[in-house]
Design a protein around this ligand. Structure first.
Ligand code: 5GP
Length: 147
């Protein structure tokens, strides 16, 4: 999938937004959704997406959407830090297949890092059970700054 082309309304994140497939949500408002990555590269791997934009990648996104998305990443990353007290955080975002992107609805990864735990590879992590993701999502949600 190149950097240019049409938005696929049946991509996985669009289906999550329509409620057609389940996701473990951390928080949402009218503009953004933060939810647990089902193939977490580390404990507490969260994805943040726009609910309103059909941008597939950073190059396509409307600047007002990017502003809200960035604020949501900031709010979520602060909560991940408070809830899970990692040693570091990797904030990642991939564009186009050659850039490592696999789901073509713009999203930002928040991946907590611990000095003594290697991060699993992008696209190589095992699937997590929703039952294991839910308590982590609840801890992060409980640590959010007021919206
Ligand atoms: P990308 O490779 O496009 O940057 O990231 C896509 C992310 O979506 C990957 O980290 C992958 O684990 C995650 N992912 C793929 N399918 C699903 C799904 O059905 N549910 C959730 N919650 N995450 C998914």
């Amino acid at each position: 999938m190149s950097l240019t082309g049409p938005y696929d309304p049946d991509n996985i994140f669009a289906k999550i937004l329509r409620g057609e497939i389940p996701a473990v949500k951390v928080w949402e408002d009218d503009h953004v959704l933060a939810f647990m990555d089902v193939f977490p590269q580390s404990e507490g791997h969260v994805l943040v997406i726009s609910k309103t934009s059909q941008a597939r990648n950073l190059l396509e996104v409307e600047l007002e959407v990017l502003t809200r998305l960035t604020a949501a990443v900031h709010r979520t990353a602060r909560a991940v830090d408070r809830a899970l007290t990692p040693d570091g955080l990797s904030i990642m975002q991939f564009n186009g297949e050659a850039g490592g992107q696999t789901v073509f609805h713009l999203h930002v990864h928040i991946i907590p890092r611990w000095a003594d735990r290697p991060m699993k590879g992008h696209g190589h992590a095992p699937m997590a059970e929703a039952a294991n993701l839910r308590p982590i999502a609840e801890r992060i949600a409980a640590a959010l700054d007021p919206g």
